[in-house]
Design a protein around this ligand. Sequence first.
Ligand SMILES: [Zn+2]
Length: 413
Amino acid sequence: MMKDFDKMLAGSLQLEEPWYIKGAEFRAEEGAIHVNVGIRPGARLVCPKCGKATKRYGYEPGERIWRHADCLFYPCYVHCKRPRVLCDECGIIQINAPFERKNSRFTLMFEGYAMLIMADMPRRKASRLLRCDEKSLTAILKYWVDDAVEKMDLSDVKNMAIDETSFKKGHDYATVAIDADKRRVFDVQHGRGKEAVAEVRKKLEKHGGKAENMRSVTSDMSASYLPAVKENFPEALQVVDKFHVKQIMLKALDQVRTEEQRAAEDKKTIFAYRKLFWVPEGKMTEKQRNRFQALAKSYPKTGRAFRMVQALDIVYAAETFEQAEKSFRKLYSWMRRSRLEPMKKAALTLKAHSTEILNYFHNRKTNAIAEGLNSMIQAGKRKARGFNTFEGFASMIYLIVGKLDLAVANPLS
Ligand SMILES: [Zn+2]
């Protein structure tokens, strides 16, 4: 039984001869398991620097301790005094143990498990479950994510979406770049200005990509992204995405609603019905439709504005560019003639970017794929909550939506 236990432990530590388990003990007062690892005294060793056979030259002065993955739910610690070698070429060199990453106080298996847990829950919760402080977890996360990001191959990125996203409770911003075909985040830059877009280009080129190979770039219509995209990706078709167009419409609708509500006596109903406005055209249930009709009767301005929002859904349902262009024009003139100030203003914004908005229909398939990425990023953000630094936030976004090829083993696979 004890022998099998040693075997299991050795496996989890990737120990092979001449490394072996000297012993393991359970310390009841501490509620922890301690494992001693050693190396056979007569073992043949090679210099880790040049690979030549060499001789052991004593051991490091003090014993080192690594935190290992829990064993029977008890924290497990590995103790080892690692040997040194004296190489003719390289001098005295410290040998690393098979279970460690250089300079880490955790075993590789612990780190692999920690990465799994962190991908699944907010950092504070992960810290509690793993019984490991948040700072150490962040260091583990950053190491493996940076390692994988450094090795990213971006030579075939052809369709990209960029978007701003806030972090630190909305006090700071990042620009996220997405490969629309592979549906993954490939870059996270601090800030949301022109420089961020230039940095995305640099990153792409550093990893084998070419700015002139970019066929389309999708973004919101902000004054910093659109010109910066044109400058850095001159060959790309510029597209303003559906999500942001709809946002402009909904914001205008909300203004119409607020004004009408202010004038009304019944202040609650119209607010309670606000969720209805998010239901896309064609997706309403019978009950929702009836509710809306009742609402539109008592609040005709809000009702009209909402019908315009629905008309936008019809624009996006178009199957051809010509169809889309026609219904977009129709919607624009309807909004302009509406005598609803916020809708009239929104119409001008849409008109100013109509080329980029309608470009969506030139590259419809890819853009449809790029949609939904926003919800992906939101999922990453929820887990990145609790990170106060840009680096921590960026690492988490990469981990959740970067489809990273992590070098650390997943202990469950
Ligand atoms: Zn050497």
